[in-house]
Design a protein around this ligand. Sequence first.
Ligand code: FCB
Length: 456
Amino acid sequence: MTQLQFPQRSKLLRREFIFGVATSSFQIEGAADSREPSIWDTFCAEPGRIKDGSNGLVACEHVQHWRDDLALIKSLGVDAYRFSIAWGRVIRADGSINHAGLQFYVDLVDELQRLGIQSHVTLYHWDLPQYLEDRGGWLNRDTAFRFAEYAEVIGRALGNKVSSYATLNEPFCSAYLSYEAGIHAPGHKNRQQGRQAAHHLLLAHGLALPILRQHAPAAQHGIVLNFSPCHPASDSAEDRKAAATAHAYHNLWYLQPLLQRSYPDLLHELAAHEQPQIEPGDMDIIAQPLDFLGVNYYTRTVFRAKNNWFSDVPPQASATKPLTCMGWEVYPHGLTEILVELKRTFANLPPIYITENGAAFPDHIVNGAINDQARIDYYQSHLLAVHDCIEAGVTINGYFAWSLLDNFEWAEGYTKRFGIVYVDFDSQERILKASARALQQFWLARKAKQPVVEAI
Ligand code: FCB
């Protein structure tokens, strides 16, 4: 079996470095009849939105199989489990608490505690209740205040039993992909809406974080952002400017308000009718002190100039450099590059958890086994990139593999498998892929302090 290898004195081998696996509510839970519909239920029901016409009504039936899933997580030897809470499973359309739904998460956290696994909770991983979308969704400033109320309910119920709370997962996706690029729910295509949604999402974060902190003073509080280094397609001044603009628009737009109370200067280059409405005091609310920054990393992106703006250049597969099933380049160095760059730009960059990293590859079952060597290689190279970041002076305290299970991959439906555990969606059987076994061997050896992990 392939063994993961690390430099001998790597911080990744120390017990205080946290390793975990990650999932999100809509992608795995199912049990749609015991929660409010979300914008993703609505989106899935619209013809042509989801590649395979599928939906999240059943998914991995995690609400039914959660005890087995936690036992599986325990067997992997991880320290932590990152999952998200479905807002609409906890708060009903009339604003009342769905106590059975809330209890599901209380039980989950209690069982994790019993198993000796840390809970890392995300409050919003894109499944906005449809009843809020009906009132304008993230275009309605009031949604940020409803989010703060929901955070209070979660903070009260779970409190210090949770190790870390992240308010939002990837607001880039819930603003840009959802309201501007039209490829995620609710599927709008409007720049002003994208900017406005981003602002209200960040406001929601800023309103909720102090409330969570009040109810869980011993927990860590932060947010999860996605980053991708933006490279120019050529050395021309136009392409270099395009890449810099993309970096400001896709990366800095979400981090700079949190750490410097301002949007990138690019904001002022947008036409007046495209700019978000920002009320006095908003930037102070947004810039709450952060205990950690969650970083999701998958690949780099290449841009060329187009109409005085940027346009992405899809990567080409080659014999030596195959792409993942998402059409993404395997580019581990990009993780080191972007984090070192952010550290240079922001002196107050908080300690980091890598909250997602992983890849979709074509998985084949042969004699009951899935030999996903490409995914093992992906994890190995990206874990070494994490090691390099730490060596370069970036504080990284943990790493979560995306994902525990094959699951509903948003607009791609069930056509892309990101799990280290294979899911047979007909029988709901879970099968550890070779990547899960390689990580498991590393994680268990680390726990047992056995030098099973070969040093490079
Ligand atoms: C991230 C999402 C996660 C998953 C991965 C592949 O953007 O946070 O839910 O879909 O991509």
